[in-house]
Design a protein around this ligand. Sequence first.
Ligand SMILES: [Zn+2]
Length: 341
Amino acid sequence: MLPAETQIARCVPAITVIPPDRDIATLSLLGLELSPDVWFDDGNVIVRAGTVGFRVFRGMLAQLSAPLETLLHGPNLAQCLVWENCPIVDLSCNSNSTDATHFLAAIFKPNSFDSFLITKITFDQISAVVRLASIYEIPNMRRKALSFLSSVYPTNLEGFVSVGGLRPSYCRDQILPVIHFAREHSITWILPLAFYRYILEMNGTTQVYGVEYGDMKVILSPEDQKRCYDAQHFLRISNTQAILARYSMRVSDAGCTGGAACREARLKEGADLLPQVGTLPDILFTWPPRRADLSLDSSSHSQLCENCLEDMKRWYSSRRKAFWDALPSVFGLSDWVALER
Ligand SMILES: [Zn+2]
């Protein structure tokens, strides 16, 4: 990506013939549609992105961003066409109309981009705001957008558990765009979980051929494909080994009071768990093994004796902590602390 300054420098009105009075009677002369989302009748500037015009407030944009202030108060403005006393500023070189809608809505309709709506905020909104806030040098806005992304791709186990593991509102088709976006903007701390989702949720076809996203095709780079392949292989082997070792071990030393029935239950739980290796994202995040007919919190269904139940819970707790801590290294990345720097 070009440095922001370079991109902004190119951002001049895409109009070659300027009438002497610069006033135009109707926006349709420019092929502009009025944005249904960001349009204020008392706005004093028209921002153009592609074929869409947004009527907003010049002073508010200018005080947010030094590059926008230059565009909105400098010589650029003197060249703009004017409609109903609103200069028409073209930002098409930095944004399509969809991204501009998200960006301008985040500024002028802040409730649409607030943390209390986090479950409704989409990756498209977040990526548009991060990209344009970077270009127009609005660090607070960029940070806010990234915090929303981090809530879905947390860097700590508590955060992962609190969002319910993998959030369903982020559909599968967005995993590759998220990784592509993270690589493009060096947002490395979301990569471990994004790669983890990739190996669990993407099928062979989408892993090899990628996915359509907007007007582009997104495919994982060969280097990242290799790291995901290696990680998937490693996780399947190590999880299988861990489950076999745990569920087939002698129970007498753990203070089992359930006798043969407890041992039988343990073997059955292990047998239920093994086929799920590599398919359940949270295989080591819940216990006992999740089954289709059981709720997530299914420890009350366990047939283990009380001592074995507690022992198994402790084992799972330490396993999942170790698993989480090791997740970046499984994908050949630096540890969580380094990734967050
Ligand atoms: Zn027992």
